[in-house]
Design a binder for this molecule. Structure first.
Ligand code: FES
Length: 329
C-alpha cells in the first residue's frame, strides 16, 4: 500500500510504493535528499522520524547510537514506511550543495542516433551512484584517452542509468572510441562531477520554457524529465533549434511528452539563419507571456551566446539561464 511522506522543513511530499526505501522513492520523485553510499555505510542519508512508523528493509553497517534512536534517527536508504510519515531531512537546494564525486561506471550501451552521434548509457555501481541535479555536467574518462566534459542527459530520478549525448569530435578521441565500437560493453568509464548551476529552482512554481540548440538537448532532456517528476511547473514549452548534421535528434521522445501531457508544448525547427532578433521577438511573443516564466537556453557556445544577447535586448518578465558548457558543436 502506498504511503505519503512529508519532508520538513521544505514541506515537499512524495509517495513510497512497493519495497522502495525512503531514499529511492524521494529520488524518483525528483527530490535531492542528501545521501552518499545508498547501502547503509556512510550515514549521510540520516533523517529524523517526526511522525509515523518505518520498518528496516536493508541491513546497515552505519551505527546509530542509542541517543540517535531515541531522537528518531533513521537511515533513509534502509527503511520503508509502514504508515504515512513526516520526516526531517536535508535536501540540496542549489548546485553548491552537491559535492564533487568520482564514480567508476560501466558502459552499458552506445545507441547510435546517426553515424556521428550516440546516446551513451552508463551504469553506476549500486553502492555509489552519482549525486547530481538535472542540467549539470560531468567529465568522462576511459581507456587512457583524454577526458571529455559533457552534459548529463538523464534525470537524477533515474536510479541506475546515466545518459550522455556523444557527437563525433575530432579533438576528442574518446568520442570516436565510443562511436566506432572500440569500447565494449562493461568497459569502466570514470565520471568526475557534477559541475554547473544550470539547474531548476527547486521551490519555484514558474512556467518553464526550454530552448535547446543542437546538443543543448542533453541538459534540457534532464531538466524536462526532472521538472515532470517534480510536477510543479504550470506549463512547459520545449523548443528545439536543430543544427546540422544531427538535426532534432530524439524528436520522437519530445513528441511523446507533448502527446502524453497537458500543458506541454513542443516545436522543432532549424536554427534561424539571418535575422535572429526577429526570430527571438516572435518566440518571446508566443511563449514568454505574462505569467512568471524561467527561460532555459542550452547549446554550443556560438548559438547560446547569440541567443542570450538577443533575449537581453528584449524586455520580457522571464528570468533567463544560459549554458553552453558540455554542449559541443
Ligand atoms: S546513503 Fe550511506 S548510509 Fe544511507
Amino acid at each position: 500500500m502506498p504511503h505519503r511522506v512529508r519532508i520538513e522543513p521544505s514541506g515537499h511530499e512524495f509517495v513510497v510504493e512497493g519495497d522502495d526505501t525512503l531514499l529511492e522513492a524521494a529520488l524518483r520523485a525528483g527530490l535531492a535528499l542528501g545521501y552518499g553510499c545508498n547501502n547503509g555505510n556512510c550515514g549521510q542519508c540520516r533523517a529524523r522520524l517526526l511522525e509515523g512508523e518505518v520498518r528496516q528493509i536493508h541491513h546497515h553497517d552505519f551505527v546509530l547510537g542509542e541517543a540517535d534512536r531515541l531522537a528518531g534517527a533513521i537511515l533513509a536508504c534502509s527503511v520503508a514506511p509502514v504508515s504515512d510519515l513526516v520526516i526531517e531531512a536535508g535536501e540540496a537546494d542549489s548546485a553548491a550543495q552537491i559535492p564533487l564525486q568520482r564514480v567508476t561506471t560501466q558502459l552499458q550501451e552506445v545507441r547510435l542516433l546517426d553515424d556521428d552521434l550516440a546516446a551513451l548509457s552508463l551504469r553506476p555501481p549500486r553502492s555509489q551512484r552519482l549525486r547530481f541535479l538535472a542540467g549539470q555536467r560531468a567529465t568522462l574518462s576511459a581507456d587512457g584517452l583524454p577526458p571529455l566534459e559533457l552534459s548529463i542527459a538523464s534525470c537524477p530520478c533515474e536510479e541506475m542509468r546515466l545518459e550522455f549525448h556523444v557527437p563525433r569530435l575530432p579533438e576528442a578521441p574518446l568520442t570516436a572510441a565510443l562511436l566506432d565500437g572500440a569500447l565494449r560493453r562493461f568497459t569502466p568509464i570514470t565520471i568526475d562531477g557534477p559541475r554547473g548551476d544550470f539547474v531548476l529552482d527547486r521551490d519555484s512554481d514558474a512556467a518553464l520554457v526550454f530552448l535547446a540548440v543542437g546538443t543543448g538537448f542533453a541538459p534540457v532532456r534532464s531538466l524536462v524529465e526532472h521538472a515532470l517528476a517534480l510536477e510543479k511547473a504550470p506549463r512547459i514549452h520545449l523548443e528545439r533549434l536543430a543544427l546540422p548534421p544531427h538535426g532534432a535528434y530524439l524528436d520522437n521522445l519530445c513528441r511523446s511528452w507533448a502527446d502524453a501531457l497537458d500543458d506541454f508544448g513542443y516545436h522543432a525547427g532549424a536554427w534561424p539563419e539571418g535575422d535572429l532578433a526577429t526570430w527571438v521577438d516572435a518566440f518571446a511573443s508566443a511563449h514568454l507571456g505574462d505569467d512568471r516564466t524561467t527561460l532555459f537556453i542550452a547549446g554550443p557556445p556560438a548559438q547560446a551566446e547569440a541567443l542570450d544577447a538577443a533575449f537581453a535586448t528584449r524586455a520580457t518578465r522571464a528570468s533567463r539561464r544560459v549554458s553552453s558548457a558540455g554542449c559541443p558543436a
